[in-house]
Design a binder for this molecule. Structure first.
Ligand SMILES: [Zn+2]
Length: 64
């Protein structure tokens, strides 16, 4: 019996994150092509990476 379960990868899409600097909530793409900054205070929310983006801020929820 193969009981291994595949953990679903977070699909590419938008997530709502909360800026740790100012508390602003912002929707960002999970695989950004460039650095995404908070629109309010300029704090870095996510950085682009080779595959998936590197989300720096706390994700509040995944958007479909
Ligand atoms: Zn901010």
């Amino acid at each position: 019996m193969d009981e291994k379960k595949h953990i679903p990868k977070p699909s590419k899409g938008f997530v709502k994150v909360k800026c740790e600097g100012c508390g602003n909530e912002q929707n960002i793409f999970t695989a950004p092509a460039s650095t995404v900054k908070c629109l309010v205070c300029g704090n870095v929310l996510a950085e682009s990476s080779s595959s998936m983006g590197d989300i720096k801020a706390k994700s509040v929820k995944e958007l479909k």
